[in-house]
Design a protein around this ligand. Structure first.
Ligand code: DAT
Ligand code: MG
Length: 147
C-alpha cells in the first residue's frame, strides 16, 4: 500500500486548520500512519527542500517553514501520493481550484497551507527524514474493505 508525507505548514497551524485538513484525508478514506506537531530545524528544512536550493525563494522558504510548528503526517492508501496532491490543489493558491485545500484556504504562494510528496521517490525520502520507523503504525482498518 502506498504512503505519502503530508505536512501542514506553519500558516496552517497558526490558522487552526489542522483539524480541517486531517478531516479531509480521513473522510476521503485514507489511513493516518503517523503524526506529530514539531518545529523544523534549519538543517531539516534545507534537506527537505534541497531540490529548490538554487531557486531565488529558497531562503524565504526555509525561514517560513522553520518559523513555527508544523504538523507532520504520514498517510496510507491506494494512490495516496497523487490523490493527496489533487486534494491539495495547485502550488499557487491563486490558481488552485475551489474545493482543494490551497484553493479554499490559501492566498499567497509562499503560504500555501500544506506540503505533499510529489512522487514515490520523494515520499520515501521525506517520510525517512521526518519520521523514525517506530513512529509509524502498521495497522489495517476494518472499514478499508468499503473504501
Ligand atoms: P509544491 O509545494 O506544490 O510541491 P514546489 O515543490 O514547486 O511546490 O515548491 C515548494 C514550495 O516553495 C511551495 O509549496 C511554495 C514555495 N514556492 C514555490 N514557488 C514559489 C515562488 N515562486 N515564490 C515563493 N515561494 C514559492
Ligand atoms: Mg514540491
Amino acid at each position: 500500500m502506498e504512503r505519502t508525507y503530508l505536512m501542514i505548514k506553519p500558516d496552517g497551524v497558526q490558522r487552526n486548520l489542522i483539524g480541517e485538513v486531517v478531516s479531509r484525508f480521513e473522510k476521503k478514506g485514507f489511513t493516518l500512519v503517523g503524526a506529530k506537531l514539531m518545529t523544523v530545524t534549519k538543517d531539516l528544512a534545507e534537506t527537505h527542500y534541497a531540490e529548490h536550493k538554487e531557486r531565488p525563494f529558497f531562503g524565504e522558504l526555509v525561514d517560513f517553514i522553520t518559523s513555527g510548528p508544523v504538523f507532520a503526517m504520514v498517510w496510507e492508501g491506494e494512490n495516496v501520493i497523487s490523490t493527496a496532491r489533487t486534494m491539495m490543489g495547485a502550488t499557487n493558491p491563486a490558481e488552485a481550484a475551489p474545493g482543494t485545500i490551497r484553493g479554499d484556504y490559501g492566498v499567497q504562494v509562499a503560504m500555501n497551507v500544506i506540503h505533499g510528496s510529489d512522487s514515490p521517490e520523494s515520499a520515501k525520502r521525506e517520510i525517512g527524514i521526518f519520521f523514525e520507523d517506530a513512529e509509524l503504525n502498521n495497522y489495517e482498518k476494518v472499514v478499508n474493505k468499503w473504501v
